[in-house]
Design a protein around this ligand. Structure first.
Ligand code: SAM
Length: 229
């Protein structure tokens, strides 16, 4: 049995995934594409969503967000940002709401399908119009294009099974397996003209690099390490 399948044969054909049962199933629930872990005891399904309360609160927080400070957003400026680890697009959306022009790169076809669906559902939102999604490996993209800012939010291996590990993160860890982003900072420093911003859990070690962060913005649970290329 394959790891991910689609409940709907047309969707399976469109995404190049098998049709039928699997540990993870992609299916539409209330008009939104969801990923559901079908195994006993698994948390409920996840989707990407720019219309949630959390997304709205982040949009309202604007330049007060720690992320905005780390990126260095200034009024009247439209920075080009490469979100090299787009995931479910929450940070891409927060950056686009700050008037950044965002290239969101995601290498997992399943995660990219969830994100593409949310972009489609919210296509009337002017912030969403500032996001372009690429299904690609960001390391390739960073070799060929330059951006004002490269933003990295790689997964951090967290073995806690408790509710503290958010549902989305549990899915990502289960689905994508071990990855730590240790190969992203060096190419990011080559691709960014102004800064590279790395999101980390507040007590996690830095991403490996000879470069030192020029400054660090610390919150309660996360911090942003800012590198100047
Ligand atoms: C922790 S999640 C990012 C969450 C995201 N910041 C958000 O706001 O939803 C990390 C994501 O980066 C993706 N990723 C990791 N390495 C990548 C690479 N080299 N190129 C593109 N995507 C990558 C993973 O597939 C995963 O979906």
């Amino acid at each position: 049995m394959s790891r991910v399948a689609c409940a709907d044969p047309a969707l399976a054909g469109a995404l190049g995934l098998p049709h039928g049962q699997a540990d993870f199933v992609l299916e539409y629930i209330d008009g939104a594409l969801h990923l559901r872990d079908t195994r006993p005891g698994a948390p409920g399904p996840i989707c990407a969503d720019f219309e949630s309360r959390v997304a709205e609160n982040r949009r309202k927080a604007g330049r007060g967000l720690l992320l905005a400070k780390a990126i260095g957003v200034k009024p009247g400026q439209q920075l080009s940002v490469l979100d090299a680890t787009a995931g479910l697009g929450r940070d891409s959306y927060a950056l686009a709401a700050l008037h950044c022009s965002v290239t969101a790169v995601e290498r997992s076809p399943v995660v990219a399908a969830l994100l593409r669906d949310a972009l489609y559902r919210s296509s009337q939102d002017p912030a969403v119009a500032r996001i372009s999604l690429l299904l690609a490996d960001a390391r390739d993209q960073m070799q060929t294009a330059r951006y004002d800012v490269v933003y990295l939010d790689p997964m951090f291996p967290d073995r806690r099974k408790s509710a503290k590990v958010k549902k989305e993160m549990q899915y990502m860890q289960e689905l994508l397996g071990p990855e730590d982003g240790s190969d992203l900072l060096e190419p990011a420093l080559q691709a960014a003209t102004r800064r590279v911003v790395v999101k980390r859990p507040v007590h996690a070690p830095r991403l490996p690099s000879a470069a030192q962060p020029a400054h660090v913005h610390k919150g309660k649970s996360v911090r942003f390490d800012v590198y100047l290329p």
